[in-house]
Ligand binder design. Structure first.
Ligand SMILES: *Cc1c(COP(=O)(O)O)cnc(C)c1O
Length: 384
């Protein structure tokens, strides 16, 4: 897909940098909006996937809300113009200032992960004479079959309240006057490409709701979190995830009580495919057993391969020469700074431009300054 990239223009910019296809982002947003509208689902974009201000503006313009996991993300959402009435706030370790920020801005809902946290939210809300809207984040004990670093819905994970603890949490809630239970929240993991775990989640939530109804607890909001995966192998063939099928599964398998509002928090599936990391080849090193293409980007710009063994499609967009086999590595002083091993690429020379595809989610936002490097810039297809 060399013609997909404005190669002549990209060649003039200082590497490494992120390049966002805003057209694809808008098409993805149109799809998620139209598919979710069919069932009146509410969508809160998970800011942690990518908080670039221009990306956030485009997402906010499409009408989505925001899912935040820190005070900084709440601030980023507000700066981008998201309405506090569409902001939800999750996270196992909310600091007091972050809770206070949420209370001061009257955000829609705190997704609460423990009794300890519940007590503090209650106390801080009481000090302000407010009542905090909360949802309990329940650990549904559904195995998401994804990478162990990104599964979150099992009993031994640090996230959420386990099923066998719900009754005691509800007992506690009855003693607290400055919190109001409005919902239940679930998030089973990330990069799910097999959708069966979402069906299992629906079944689990149906059972749970039956049990809660026995205690006369019927909440107004059910939030199924995020987790829909993207196709890292074939970004050109599948640029937009199958939101239609994803929402259809929930519509088919989840049995809401009358007037229950249903929410989702997609992150990766919204921004993953529109982002690309652009890097220049510094050296081609001929080792005794391998050839290395050494890039000017490393895990400081894109940490997913080092952190999760993640695959990103890599292309040399400036060479037409026959393919050869390379390890593609970065300049950082760690062996894990490797993007790919033994892949076939058009014959590569110093100065060639490489693209790492599908890097819009958990890419730029995870960049670091390790080795005293500069944070990467971002460029946008509609501003080049
Ligand atoms: C990370 C996260 C999301 C988004 O996950 P994706 O896999 O990027 O869709 C949604 N909700 C919560 C609570 C999260 O922690």
């Amino acid at each position: 897909m060399k013609d997909y990239f404005p190669v002549d223009k990209l060649k003039t910019l200082e590497t490494p940098f992120y390049y966002y296809d805003m057209d694809l982002l808008r098409k993805t947003l149109e799809t998620v909006v139209s598919e979710s509208k069919k069932y009146d689902y509410h969508i809160h974009y998970a800011i942690k996937a990518n908080a670039n201000p221009r990306i956030l503006s485009a997402i906010r313009e499409s009408g989505l809300g925001a899912d935040c996991v820190s005070g900084g993300e709440i601030q980023a959402a507000l700066n981008a113009g998201f309405s506090p009435t569409k902001i939800v706030f999750a996270g196992v370790g909310k600091a007091d200032w972050e809770i206070n920020l949420g209370l001061d801005k009257d955000i829609f809902c705190f997704n609460v992960e423990s009794v300890a946290e519940l007590e503090i939210i209650n106390e801080l809300a009481q000090q302000k004479g407010k009542k905090a809207r909360i949802a309990l984040r329940i650990n549904p004990e559904v195995n998401a079959n994804t990478h162990h670093h990104i599964t979150t819905g099992m009993k031994e994970n640090k996230f959420g309240i386990n099923l066998d603890q719900i009754d005691s949490v509800l007992d506690k809630l009855e003693t607290l006057n400055s919190v109001q239970l409005i919902g239940l929240h679930f998030h089973i993991g990330s990069q799910l490409t097999d959708l069966h775990p979402f069906q299992a989640l629906c079944t689990r939530v149906n059972e749970l709701q039956q049990n809660l109804a026995k205690r006369k607890i019927i909440v107004e909001h059910i939030n199924f979190g995020g987790g829909l995966g993207i196709d890292y192998q074939y970004p050109n063939q599948n640029p937009i995830p199958d939101f239609k099928e994803y929402f259809r599964i929930f519509h088919k398998h989840f049995k809401p009580f009358p007037n229950q509002q249903i929410h989702f928090e997609p992150g990766r599936s919204i921004v993953g495919q529109c982002g690309n990391l652009i890097s220049k080849v510094l050296y081609v090193k001929i080792g005794s057993v391998k050839k290395f293409a050494i890039l000017d980007a490393g895990f400081t710009e894109l940490i997913r391969p080092a952190l999760y063994d993640a695959y990103h499609q890599i292309e040399n967009i400036t060479s037409e020469e026959p393919k050869e086999t390379y390890d593609v590595v970065g300049p950082i002083c760690e062996s894990s700074d490797t993007f790919a091993k033994q892949i076939d690429l058009n014959k590569t020379r110093r100065g060639d431009i490489f693209v790492l595809r599908s890097a819009g989610a958990y890419g730029e936002i995870m960049a670091s300054q390790y080795n005293c490097r500069k944070l990467p810039k971002a460029y946008f297809s509609d501003l080049l």
